[in-house]
Ligand binder design. Structure first.
Ligand code: 7PM
Length: 287
């Protein structure tokens, strides 16, 4: 087994009265986008019931974390206001909490005020694609609320990140960067056991970079934090397979299987049922 590192067993992530243990199984984070329906014209039409139903379906299929997001981090996407983002995510988080859906609830935001309200409404962790650098107050909010945090690597901003990203050593540079972000988080009072790391597949990386990150994923184990990987339906899969976003389920599942064997603890996905079935099988073979 040298060179391969199954997640350290018995490591427990604790936040806001909930816990997740790593090493025994792969945790599936289901993506719940609560951006307005593209069929509604102009106004912020949000179907809270549909979002909650989708979350419940993902939990029934085996997701243990639901990642609720109100702003698209799509390359080139325009930012939305704090008020707008909150009006999208709050009702959904409140409904998931009051329905005791069971999964941990993650809020996908880099805005401290959105995070604070979401955590007050009952969310457990913050998925911050800026790794606490998008808002000076975010670290304080996470620390004070005793929430978990995902520190994701991104080169540039969602608007600019895909303009010819360059690295000398993509894996080494991301490792060093994540180490610095872990230190900064802990220095700002976030408990070490509430930190999750993520190499940020697709965020300022070419297809070649994304493949290299996955090939050498075990190098991130040295940082001693649970590793989250988000490959689901991303364009590097489309580039390898020459398939549109609607046809990337198998490619996505393949990357999840690979990622588990190379050290992922959590995978962030759209297609929960297919991913859970594949992950349970790889867990049985590998862990
Ligand atoms: C267009 C491109 C739309 C990319 C949406 C995306 C990650 C994430 C996203 C990830 C963590 C998506 C992405 N990706 N958060 N948020 N890790 N922690 O496919 O890889 O949802 S946005």
């Amino acid at each position: 087994m040298t060179g391969m590192f199954p997640a350290k067993r018995g490591n427990t992530f604790q936040c806001r009265g909930k816990q997740l243990s790593f090493g025994e199984v792969t945790h599936i984070m289901g993506i719940l986008n609560v951006t307005p329906d593209s069929f509604s014209d102009g106004g912020d039409f949000l179907d809270v019931h549909a979002a909650v139903a989708h979350a419940k379906q993902m939990v029934a299929a085996g997701a243990t974390i639901i990642d609720v997001g109100g702003e698209s981090s799509r390359p080139g996407a325009m930012p939305v206001s704090t008020a707008q983002e909150l009006s999208r995510v709050s009702p959904v988080i409140s409904a998931l909490v009051s329905d005791a859906v069971g999964a941990l609830i993650s809020v996908d935001t880099y805005k401290a005020q959105v995070a604070r309200h979401a955590l007050e409404a009952g969310a457990h962790l913050v998925n911050d694609i800026t790794a606490l650098q998008g808002d000076a107050e975010m670290a304080t909010v996470v620390a004070e609320m005793e929430a978990g945090v995902v520190l994701m690597h991104m080169k540039g901003t969602p608007r600019t990140m895909q303009r010819t990203p360059q690295y000398d050593d993509v894996v080494g540079e991301i490792c060093t960067w994540l180490q610095q972000r872990i230190q900064a988080a802990e220095a700002q009072g976030i408990a070490p056991e509430r930190v999750i790391i993520d190499p940020g597949i697709g965020f300022g990386k070419t297809t070649k970079h994304n493949l290299e990150i996955l090939k050498r994923l075990e190098e991130y184990r040295g940082l001693n934090k649970p590793i989250l990987v988000g490959t689901s339906r991303k364009s590097f899969i489309g580039n390898v397979l020459d398939l549109p976003v609607t046809e990337r389920v198998e490619g996505s599942v393949a990357t999840v299987c690979w990622a588990i064997i190379h050290g992922a603890d959590i995978v962030r996905v759209h297609d929960v049922q297919a991913t859970v079935r594949a992950a349970r099988m790889i867990d049985a073979l590998y862990r």
